[in-house]
Design a protein around this ligand. Structure first.
Ligand SMILES: Nc1ncnc2c1ncn2[C@@H]1O[C@H](COP(=O)(O)OP(=O)(O)O)[C@@H](O)[C@H]1O
Ligand SMILES: [Mg+2]
Length: 343
């Protein structure tokens, strides 16, 4: 597949400067965004005829070499999907086994709904081999019972063999290493080793965040990266692009950022986890107070969207929204000192 930045939109047949601008303003600034659109949507967005829309889409598809693959090829690709357990079996079941590689998973919810806790927990769990996770589930307190050093050492060695690296883009300065240590220790992992495998970068503004995601490519090609976290995906964009006038620019940048993340997910068979806030002010932009920031750009780009909310006592609810192949549903979980657990 050729790089989508290779040619400019207005070099596509049928796309003049004006149309390119319209598309750009609507948040469709890349060939990939055009190639994956349908004609009627493009027609509406860019205010062009249906025939032109079809021509443009086909040209974008040609340019990107997007074509058919067989069902079996798709199946093969699906078979290499890895799943990172969340710490709560109920949430894992909701997600079909855990957070999937090769796609973007979005956790959205209010402040304090445990988005960061989930992100940190996944950064720890990404480093646990599936075999070890399975053994854990069969006998959760085996370690405590025979508690001798050799068994602990063995667990740690297994984890080291697997050691999936993590890239963590922290935009709100909420990556707390002590919390990661606590979660790792609770799992019988060596906290130092777990922290050594997490490459953390603090993003100071949205352009910096975009750059960091692009640089994650270098880390991923040197280390075995199984998970990329962006916590929060939208906060910097929200403060950098204030007001309606800048909405189109913001959406275009976000779209570009999501494509970088999706490309990392595909290239490295990595899971991408992003967090997102919900609108604090009902009616401000979309009307629904539980609408995630970023609108259609993010929802179209994430395969899994999970809405987190607080429930009675210290319980929390995860709701799967709009998954292409799993039923909608809810799972209850809790956060305690050990991390994310079943309620
Ligand atoms: N060490 C801990 N022990 C128990 N609960 C914790 C611990 N650390 C965080 N929490 C819980 O997680 C909540 C914060 O969640 P967080 O993931 O930071 O929210 P968000 O990122 O969605 O704003 C706290 O209100 C608390 O309930
Ligand atoms: Mg947070």
């Amino acid at each position: 597949m050729s790089d989508e930045q290779d040619i400019a939109l207005d070099e596509l047949p049928g796309v003049g400067k004006k149309t390119a601008e319209k598309l750009h303003d609507a948040g469709y600034g890349s060939l990939m965004a055009i190639a994956t659109m349908n004609a009627s949507k493009l027609q509406e967005t860019a205010d062009i005829g249906e025939k032109t829309a079809t021509t443009i889409i086909n040209a974008a598809r040609d340019e990107l070499d997007i074509g058919f693959s067989t069902g079996s090829e798709k199946m093969e690709q699906r078979e290499s999907v890895r799943r990172i357990p969340t710490g709560s079996e109920e949430v894992d079941d909701l997600l079909g086994g855990g957070v999937e590689s090769q796609c973007i998973t979005e956790f959205y919810g209010e402040f304090g709904s445990a988005k960061t806790q989930m992100a940190l927990q996944l950064a720890v769990n990404a480093q646990v081999s599936p075999e070890e996770a399975a053994a854990d589930q069969q006998s959760p307190d085996e370690d405590e019972e025979d508690g001798d050093e050799s068994s602990t050492a063995e667990t740690t060695a297994n984890a080291a063999d697997y050691s999936k690296g993590v890239v963590f883009i922290d935009t709100e300065d909420t990556f707390i290493p002590e919390r990661v240590e606590q979660m790792a220790e609770s799992r019988g992992l060596d906290p130092e080793e777990v922290l050594d495998n997490i490459f953390v970068a603090r993003a100071y503004n949205s352009d910096h965040q975009i750059l960091l995601a692009e640089e994650a490519q270098d880390i991923a090609s040197e280390h075995d990266i199984g998970l990329i976290v962006v916590d929060s995906l939208t906060a910097q964009f929200r403060s950098d692009y204030v007001g309606r006038g800048q909405l189109a620019d913001r959406q275009q940048k976000l779209n570009q950022h999501m494509h970088t993340l999706q490309r990392l997910a595909n290239t490295y068979n990595a899971a991408v986890v992003v967090t997102n806030q919900v609108m604090a002010n009902p009616g401000q932009l979309f009307g629904d107070p539980t609408t995630a920031i970023g609108g259609h750009i993010i929802s179209h780009n994430s395969a899994f969207r999970i809405y987190l909310r607080k429930s009675k006592k210290d319980k929390r609810i995860a709701r799967l929204v709009d998954c292409p192949y799993l039923p909608e549903g809810e799972a209850v979980f809790k956060v305690d000192e050990t991390g994310i657990i079943d309620a």
